[in-house]
Ligand binder design. Structure first.
Ligand code: ZN
Length: 238
């Protein structure tokens, strides 16, 4: 049976759990990624016990949590493995170094494509390789949340991330929103690869497309690393 840790989300102060050994999980309450190594933790022998404890602690018995933390301290010392990359893993990432794209979002997408496309990838793993992609972890955390909100990635488990295949043009998600990513690329191509944000929005709203559709599509293109903003108010093809 896998042992579980119970700890508190520093952002929203809800209690939650993760298998022993995981160092990051996404909070189910506020969506922030919790660094478990920085939290006070209580150890439980299996997930059911951990879930019961989470319920109890969330019901307001936080001194019970403190007691559980005290009780766990000794058993935990020596139990938590320190996760280090193997030489092979480091080599496989470094081999990529020369060919890393310049845009931050493109490097993030490259990382996700390599690590989280074929199978879910542990957040811990992303944390340990993000530096090799010249990505700051704080920024990665924020971006993962945005990508999850726009459906580019999912969290199959709270401690894993999976890249969802890019959606095809022409879908109509909801509320009259349409995907105009291809049309934006075509528009930019026609205009020599660059246009002002205002011109893009005007071009599409004059043709009956909602501004929100244009903005969402621009976000998606940005996330896919197809466009970037050289200056505020300007959009260019990468
Ligand atoms: Zn939270």
């Amino acid at each position: 049976m896998k042992q579980f840790l119970v700890f508190m989300c520093p952002t929203c102060r809800h209690f939650t759990n993760a298998p022993l050994g995981q160092q990051h999980r996404r909070c189910s309450y506020c969506g922030k990624i919790i660094d478990i190594s920085k939290a006070a933790v209580a150890l439980f022998e299996n997930q059911n016990l951990a879930i019961a404890a989470v319920k109890e602690f969330n019901a307001g018995k936080s001194d019970e949590f403190q007691l559980a933390v005290e009780r766990s301290r000794e058993r935990l010392s020596g139990l938590i493995p320190s996760k280090k990359l193997t030489a092979e893993e480091i080599a496989s990432v470094e081999g990529e170094e020369g060919g890393l794209p310049t845009g931050k979002m493109s490097r993030l997408m490259r990382m996700l494509e390599r690590e989280a496309r074929d199978a879910p990838c542990e957040i811990d793993r992303l944390r340990s390789v993000s530096e090799s992609y010249r990505l700051e972890w704080e920024w990665v955390e924020e971006s993962l949340n945005k990508l999850a909100n726009t459906g580019v990635i999912t969290f199959p488990r709270p401690w894993t991330v999976r890249l969802v295949e890019a959606k095809v043009s022409g879908e109509r998600p909801s509320g009259g929103l349409v995907d105009v990513t291809r049309d934006i690329v075509a528009f930019l191509t026609e205009h020599g690869g660059s246009a002002s944000l205002e011109d893009i929005i005007t071009h599409f709203t004059e043709r009956g497309i909602l501004q929100a559709s244009v903005e969402l599509s621009l976000d998606r293109l940005m996330q896919l690393g197809k466009i970037y903003r050289p200056t505020t108010g300007t959009v260019s093809l990468l």
